[in-house]
Design a protein around this ligand. Sequence first.
Ligand code: ASP
Ligand code: MG
Length: 437
Amino acid sequence: MKVLKFGGTSVGSAQRMKEVAEIISDNSQKIVVLSAMSGTTNSLVEIANNLYQKKHDEANTIISTLEKKYEQEVELLYSATEYKTKGKELIKSHFDFIRSFTVDMFTVFEEKSILAQGELISTALFHFFLQENGHDSALLPALDYMRIDKNNEPDMDYIKENIANVIKEQGQKNIYITQGYICRNAFGEIDNLQRGGSDYSASLIGSAIAADEIQIWTDIDGMHNNDPRYVENTKSLSELSYDEAAELAYFGAKILHPTSVLPAKLANIPVRLLNTMAPEAEGTLISSKQRKHRMAAVAAKDGITAIKIKSGRMLLAYGFLRKVFEIFESYKTPIDMITTSEVGVSVTIDENQHLEEIVNDLKKYGSVEVDTDQVIVCVVGDLIAENKGYASTIFEAMQNIPIRMISYGGSNYNLSLLINAQDKKQALNLLSDQLFN
Ligand code: ASP
Ligand code: MG
C-alpha cells in the first residue's frame, strides 16, 4: 500500500480537490493524507489568538468569513443536491463547534480543538466527493490512531496497533482518507504535530503500515538544486538520499517538513516528492541510495543571528561549552551552527525572542558580540572527506564574499557558511555556477 499526502494548496479549492481525485483514482490501494485547505490553519490560529484576548467580535468575523468561503466551495464541489446538503450540514456543524469556544475560559485545550477543524473538514468534504463519484473510499479518523507521548514524540507502537485497527474496522477499501497534522497527546487530548506537520503524519503512517512508498504531493516539481526565487535555471533533483533530504528540508526547501524524513529513513521507505500541477513528472525520489561524488544542491536559511562569546576562561578549560549551551536551553532556543576556537565560540540561532536575556546571561562568561541579518548558505551532497577538493571548489566560488562562520564535519552531507543577508543572492548564484554549470 502507498501513502499519498496532499498539502493545503493541492486541496485549496473545489477544483483542486477534483484534480486530486483524478490523481488517486487508479485501482491501487492507498492511504490519502490531507492537509486543511490552504489558509485555513492560519485563520484558525488567528481565531484562537483573538479568543485568548477575549476579542470575541474579531474572532466571530474571521469565523464567518471562513465559513462563507467553505459554503462556496461546497456549492462548487458537488453536483447532486443531496451532497450539497450533506456538505453544508458538515460545514455548519464544524463552525458551530468553533463558535462554541467564544467563551471567556479559553485555554490551550480549546485552541488545539479549534486547530484540528481544518483537517477534519477537508477530509470529510473530500470523502463525500469520492462517494458522490462512485469511489470505494473510507475515512480513517486520525484522532483514533495518531498519538504523541509525554515528550511530544510519536508513540510508534500505539500508532501501529491502532491504525491497523481502524483499517480493519473499515474493511477492504481502495482509498482510505485521513487527516494530516492532528493527533492526541499522552493524556488523550486533541493535539497536533506542529505547523506543517501533515508531511510528518504521512511519514509516520507510512512507517506504521510499512508502506511501499510515501508520496508528498505539492505544487512544485520536487526539490531543486538551488533556490528558484534567487537563481535562474535551477533543476529539479531526480534523487536524493535521506540524509541529503533532511539537510535540505531544514534549509528552507519548504516543500518537505524536516521532521518527516526520519520515520521514512528508519523504516527504509522511499519518499517521492510529486507535483499536482504536473502529475506525470518524475519528481524527486528520496531513498537510502547515496549518489557518490555529487554536490546535490545549495540552499539558504534566512533570519539567522550569530552570537560570539570570547573568554580567556575557555582556554584549556572543560565545561565551558556546557555552561554556554545551558543558557540557550534555559530559554528553549535551539542552536543551529557552532564553531569554536581556543578563546571563543560562535553559535547561530534562528529565533530571537529571548536574545536580550541570552546575551545578558552569556556576559557572565566573557565578552559577547551579536550579528543579526545573517544567512546560512549550505552545500548538500556527498561531501565525505575522502572526496578531496570539494572544499576548495566551494571556497573558490565564495572568494569575494565575506564569510563569518564555516561549519563542516557535523555530517558527511553538508558544508555550511554564514554570510551577510545582503550577499545571499550573489552567493547562491556563484555557487550554482561553480558547482552545477
Ligand atoms: N494544516 C497544517 C498547517 O497549515 C498542517 C499542514 O498543512 O501540514 O500547518
Ligand atoms: Mg506543507
